[in-house]
Design a binder for this molecule. Structure first.
Ligand SMILES: NC(=O)C1=CN([C@@H]2O[C@H](COP(=O)(O)OP(=O)(O)OC[C@H]3O[C@@H](n4cnc5c(N)ncnc54)[C@H](OP(=O)(O)O)[C@@H]3O)[C@@H](O)[C@H]2O)[C@@H](O)CC1
Ligand SMILES: [K+]
Length: 498
């Protein structure tokens, strides 16, 4: 599991070590220098003489960049450090001693300075971005806003794009909520100091981090027990996956009921059942309106009956009567997945945590608006963590906000971000498969699915499997359709469990 911590939690964790004189900055900058050398080695470049541009901001993030520059200059690289105003004293002294070329831009946004910035940017094959780290608040202010815009334009225009190593976070991201409030310098590699931060996991900031490499600074023991955001790995999903024993039978393995599909949308019934069956429940009961389900899947039992979880909504065109079934199930402690049109059931009523909503951006916008929030789709797409968390708080339900990286929120505030799915996953019916899959994961874990925090954890596990199945189906880059995702769920589970 990747556990990401807020800037405040990191500061508290660092404090006792810094007070004890631990050389955290030295460790961080040494790691950054090493990653730079590794990149050059892996690319077959000669190390002495390779050109590096360090972008140095006013705080300790700039300090990291200066010490890293010093290490690299000592190794024979041609290092230039650009800065303005006051920067980390000891870092500047170390860089000077090591022979780093120090360029101070006194009037940092003058035409002359920006021309110089462009020239040095074009000269540097590797950029070390130490402008802003976890001390940044809001959008980058001047002069860095202009510097970032100029550098980003230079990066895009360059025939051989520089390799950009972000110190801790790419400059310009909002560290704690993963938003991009202003210009940002996208990285090829982000060297996270001490631990991951929410911006490394949450979209859209996640998409400008490149690869993320966490450097251990030894302060883990001082971090809070609960992370701000988590990302489940294969191993985490394996830990919570109930592997059947010889004494199990279809009722102990979990029974999923689906009220999905309709005459109008028969395929949605087929796809949600495909997702449910692929994850290995004991039994699937189906009493939606699609005439094709039982024909397509002879193992499905038609008609209602006792279930351990319920999936409602995908392709349902009429909610009459369904609301009562949902309420009865939730009151009886049976987890319910509310997908597509059934998300409307969360517009007014207060739901328990074991109701799992699966909105895409449009449905999430409609839900938040119905709950009285002034928002629109553009805001929801640029603030996915906020949107998912707010929806969970307002409804009381667990929310799976479906984006390229899914964001899952529990009403108590726990957040998961599950990435790893290819962009090919954005195809009609993929969400129906996911709804069924979540239903099965909840049914298989029925004894504890209603305990605090469990529904969101199990939903995050299901989204992880869904993303991995899509990745396996898409291979090294081919189109996929929703049924391909369902077909690749069993091999992903096999890989995870063995
Ligand atoms: N402590 C340690 O030893 C270790 C620290 N480590 C490293 O330190 C980093 C954190 O350092 P930090 O706390 O100094 O913050 P940092 O991000 O460099 O910037 C603060 C400066 O930026 C300014 N500023 C703020 N917002 C701004 C904006 N929007 N636009 C423009 N400017 C803005 C702010 O000004 P102010 O708002 O205070 O006026 C202040 O001058 C961390 O990410 C990691 O890399 C690791 O090496 C481990 C050891
Ligand atoms: K940075």
């Amino acid at each position: 599991m990747i556990r990401a911590f807020s800037a405040e939690a990191v500061r508290s964790a660092e404090a006792p070590l810094l007070a004890a004189g631990e050389p955290l900055m030295r460790r961080a900058s040494y790691a950054i220098a090493n990653r730079t050398i590794s990149y050059l080695r892996a690319g077959g470049f000669t190390i002495p003489g390779s050109t590096v541009l360090a972008l140095v901001g006013p705080g300790n993030n700039g300090g990291d960049a200066l010490f890293a520059s010093a290490f690299l200059a000592d190794r024979g690289l041609d290092v230039t450090a650009l800065y303005t105003g006051t920067v980390h004293d000891a870092g500047l002294a170390a860089a000077r001693r090591a022979g780093v070329r120090l360029i101070e831009l006194v009037e940092p946004t003058s035409a002359r300075s920006l021309a110089e910035l462009r020239d040095w940017a074009a000269y540097g094959g590797i950029w070390i971005d130490g402008l802003l780290g976890i001390g940044a608040r809001g959008a980058a202010r001047e002069p860095f806003a202009t510097w970032i815009s100029v550098l980003d334009a230079g990066r895009r225009a360059s025939p051989d794009e520089p390799f950009i190593i972000a110190v801790d976070v790419p400059s310009g991201v909002s560290v704690d909520d993963g938003e991009l409030p202003g210009p940002v310098l996208p990285a090829s590699l982000t060297v996270a100091t001490g631990c991951a931060k929410p911006a490394h996991l949450l979209p859209p900031a996640r998409y400008v981090c490149g690869d993320v490499d966490v450097v251990d600074l030894g302060f883990d023991a001082h971090l809070p027990a609960q992370a701000e955001v988590c990302e489940l790995s294969d191993a985490d999903v394996a830990d919570l996956w109930p592997v059947p024993g010889l004494a199990d039978h279809k009722y102990t393995r979990g029974v999923v009921g689906l009220i999905t599909g309709s005459q109008t949308y028969p395929g949605a019934g087929v796809l949600s059942v495909a997702g449910a069956l692929a994850a290995g429940p004991g039994m699937v009961r189906y009493w939606g309106g699609s005439p094709h389900v039982v024909q397509a899947y002879p193992e499905v039992v038609p008609g209602s009956g006792q279930v351990h979880s319920l999936v409602v909504g995908s392709g349902l065109d009429d909610l009459t009567g369904v609301a009562n079934e949902v309420t009865a199930a939730l009151d009886a402690g049976i987890p319910v997945v509310l997908d597509a049109g059934a998300i409307e059931l969360a517009y007014t009523r207060k739901l328990p945590e074991w109701a799992v909503l699966t909105p895409h951006a449009g449905e999430l916008t409609a839900l938040l608006s119905a709950r009285g929030l002034q928002t629109d789709r553009a805001e929801v797409e640029s603030r996915p963590a906020w949107a998912a968390r707010t929806a969970a708080t307002l409804t009381g339900a667990s929310v799976v906000a479906k984006f390229a990286t899914d964001v899952i929120a529990s009403p108590s505030g726990q957040l998961y971000a599950q990435g790893g799915a290819p962009a090919w996953r954005a195809t009609a019916g993929a969400g129906d498969v996911l709804a069924g899959l979540i239903g099965t994961v909840l049914a298989m874990n029925a004894e504890h699915a209603c305990e605090p925090g469990q529904a969101s954890l199990l939903a995050a596990a299901a989204t992880h499997i869904h993303g991995q199945a899509a990745a396996l189906a898409a291979g090294s880059g081919r189109p996929i359709r929703a049924l391909d995702i369902a077909a690749h769920i069993p091999p992903v589970i096999e890989r995870i469990l063995t």
